[in-house]
Write a protein that binds this ligand. Sequence first.
Ligand SMILES: [Zn+2]
Length: 118
Amino acid sequence: MEPQAARRNGKSVSMSEERGIAVFRAGNRTEGNFVAGLLSGEGIPVTTLPAGGSSNGEVELHVPAAHADAAQTIIRAYEKQMDQQAQSEEAWVCRRCGEENESSFDTCWNCQAEPGHA
Ligand SMILES: [Zn+2]
């Protein structure tokens, strides 16, 4: 069951049975390790590989084909969570009264002014 060491030609991101299926690409190793932890926590064997060559810091997570569906479900939940978090962090400050508003607010909660940016 142990996959052979993957050949690294630095270009191919093809899905080979050997390496499993690439289910996630992380912008950095920290995020890659975090998501890998989520997957392995669910009992999914995950391999972290440098994506597109090792210089840009991106990593890809590969899982055996049999676990790809489960992995993608976990990753979608993770991404959704990240999206929501990112949105809630994008607060805007009212130009009129200076109060901070959540990104979901179309107008200032305090003075009903619209955000100053398009
Ligand atoms: Zn305001």
